[in-house]
Design a protein around this ligand. Structure first.
Ligand code: ATP
Ligand code: MG
Length: 193
């Protein structure tokens, strides 16, 4: 089976090759799919992320979440606990800084931290997914750690992956620590397992 490194390389190339028009259509259609998703509809507090590297653009979805009056949070790399994330409230006024991966994140402010168990949905980035909901991320293990509690007890915020349709592969080489996703939304479909 193809290695994780090769799949990451290949799918990152594929999604970075989408045209601006294809990216815009995908982002628009994703909002429509998410607006129809019962978990997102009923969520009061949603964790999401700012797109990089050809990922489906989340800015329209974030605007829609704000319009719906939902609390929106973004991941921040934990300052001491290696490999872990914090989630901070995100509003139009939140100051953002580049982290060590050159990804924008809210400037750390303890008053803005939302504990994971107070989130209803964690919209999860991914590089590739397969027909069983297995997930390959960028390789930091951040979301695998965040979702450990979900995997063990099926409690806590509902993880929902979002991706371009072209990020689906037949099968992924999975490691013991990888947490599969119960739900993945693409611009054309809602997958659930
Ligand atoms: N629950 C965990 N506890 C300890 N280490 C973990 C855990 N989950 C993942 N890791 C470690 O993180 C590293 C990267 O994991 P992996 O390749 O699965 O990342 P990923 O799922 O692609 O990344 P991400 O979740 O950040 O998108 C691995 O070396 C793995 O040992
Ligand atoms: Mg993983």
């Amino acid at each position: 089976m193809t290695s994780r490194r090769h799949i990451r390389q290949s799918i990152r190339h594929t999604r970075n090759s989408l045209t601006p028009q294809e990216q815009h259509q995908a982002a628009t259609d994703l909002v429509l799919q998410c607006a129809n998703d019962p978990y997102i509809q009923k969520a009061k507090s949603v964790a999401i992320y700012l797109s990089v590297d050809g990922e489906i653009n989340t800015s329209l979805l974030i605007d829609w979440l704000w319009q719906q009056g939902k609390s929106v949070t973004l991941p921040v790399i934990h300052p001491f606990s290696k490999g872990h994330l914090l989630f901070l409230e995100y509003t139009k006024d939140t100051p953002l800084i580049l982290n060590k991966y050159q990804i924008l994140e809210p400037k750390l402010d303890k008053t803005q931290v939302v504990p994971v168990n107070q989130l209803d949905v964690i919209i999860t980035p991914l590089v590739a997914f397969d027909h069983l909901g297995n997930r390959l991320g960028m390789g930091g293990g951040y979301y695998d750690r965040t979702l450990v509690n979900w995997e063990q007890n099926q409690t806590g915020p509902m993880p929902i992956g979002i991706a371009h349709a072209c990020q689906q592969v037949d099968a992924l080489p999975i490691e013991s620590w990888d947490v599969p996703l119960p739900r993945i939304i693409t611009p054309t479909q809602i997958w659930h397992w």
